[in-house]
Design a binder for this molecule. Structure first.
Ligand code: AMP
Length: 125
């Protein structure tokens, strides 16, 4: 089975400039912007510009240049936001995928959260 990408998702619209965003960083292959409903003092979403639905899709099909750009963009956002281990007290990265992962927007995004102690990773279901 192959991955299916819906180009009407809200992050695709952000990438096409159809709806606004608060950009933190833009690179050749990646865009980072503030989450509309932040759950921590730092809450930034980092997305690839390519049409990938999830991290596994990206990891399997993106080019090496896209993967390097995206990985480095994440590190740069952490540094710029003052949550990296060189500029702050740490962060958490989350990438939800699919129904069990409770992914709302079907375009790969990594949440970078920090600026406060985040507690344990998962609440017991
Ligand atoms: P997820 O549940 O991992 O798919 O997370 C989707 C995230 O996108 C949520 O944290 C939302 O608050 C965020 N979000 C939805 N629409 C926008 C938007 N237009 N700009 C920025 N963040 C958004």
């Amino acid at each position: 089975m192959s991955y299916t990408y819906d180009d009407q998702n809200i992050f695709a619209k952000i990438l096409r400039g159809e709806i606004p965003n608060t950009t933190v960083l833009e690179t050749e292959h990646s865009l980072a912007f503030r989450d509309l409903y932040p759950q921590a003092p730092t809450h930034v979403l980092v997305i690839p510009k390519g049409a990938y639905v999830s991290y596994d899709h990206f990891a399997e099909e993106a080019s090496a240049a896209e993967i390097v750009d995206y990985t480095r963009a994440i590190a740069e956002v952490c540094r710029l936001e003052g949550v990296s281990l060189t500029t702050g007290d740490g962060f958490r990265m989350i990438s939800n995928a699919g129904a069990d992962g409770v992914q709302e927007v079907p375009h790969l995004h990594i949440h970078i959260l920090g600026g406060r102690h985040l507690g344990r990773m998962l609440a017991k279901a």
